[in-house]
Design a protein around this ligand. Sequence first.
Ligand SMILES: [Zn+2]
Length: 396
Amino acid sequence: MPLSQELSKAIDAAVDRERDALHKLAKDIHANPELRFEEYKASAWIAELLRARGFEVEHGLANMPTAVRAKVKGQSGKSNGPVVAILGEYDALPEIGHACGHNLIATSAVGAFLAAASVASKAGGEVVFLGTPAEEGGGGKVTMIDAGVFEGLSAAMMFHPFDRDVLAHPALATVWLQMTFKGSPSHAAATPHDGKSALQACMDTFRLVDGQRVHFRDGVRVHGYITNGGQAVNIIPEDAALEYSVRARDTDELARVRAIVERCARAAAMASDVKVDIFAKRGYRDMRNNMAMARSFGTHLAALGRKARETDERVGSGSTDMGDVSHVCPSIHPYLAIVDEGEALCHEHRFTAAAGSERGLTTALDAAKALARTAVEVLADENLRRAVHEEWRAGS
Ligand SMILES: [Zn+2]
């Protein structure tokens, strides 16, 4: 059975009741941008607000002091019945602050949790709030998965700010490669013939990788920069280093392209007779959007006056640790506009401003209502829950 009018209204009213507290939270986090794993103020404000509303709150878990988990006092938060997790992020970016709008993600998740928790027992299940640190390159959700935080959950959901409303946008699987080249130094004018240039191998790696791009499947991204270009103008560079981010639509293509990139580095090192060391840093998995749940979210969003597309191929994709979550339980990560289409996108200065604007705050409240309605519908509607799980099992 779809969500009753009565429960929908109760959820919307619960979010509206918290409007002032949620606006303050969004503005405070926006005005105090904190980098990955250093979200001490943001996580404390979230924990404080949830405690003030009577919830059982853990501030610090999975070895991360800025992670948060909250649930209704006395409830298990695990698998004694359906349990839906609502996820919040709150880390900012260097220099440009909340240019990804994670302050709004945190706010919408807190609002959605407060509203869903107020009716969850009537729907026959539980909701948990998970505050997940360091989405921007730290992978807080991956650490929480490894620590078992997602075990026993029926579904997980969050929203992300964007320049348009999209229910199920892809996110790319990714890996970071750090490569260090070791050559031999010599005087660059007097004895250049005695040196072996690490920088040459570093630059040749970029050139060789560029030559392979014609063989990449759609959606592949390989982008990088030189992190060490040498030691002095009059020395043949002994040390050089680069960093690449390799991304693809799925893990198979990611593994294939990663092997090509590493082959190019070894070939470049061979050409200059230098040594190369390659270090791979675990990245994120691709996002597996659960369409049954995404469509439920879309229906609730439409009832709130926002009509979203399912996907939009005109706009590119990034990567998120929500992708990893989507491989351990059915998940959605819809995007909602806080600017006009094409006006600005994540990681731009104009997006930082939008994340602190009235429109951003309004969108966070819309997201809170639609997330809470979807979460409660998953708890209340056994048919939806079955469809969500069948789809997820078919894809795993
Ligand atoms: Zn983001």
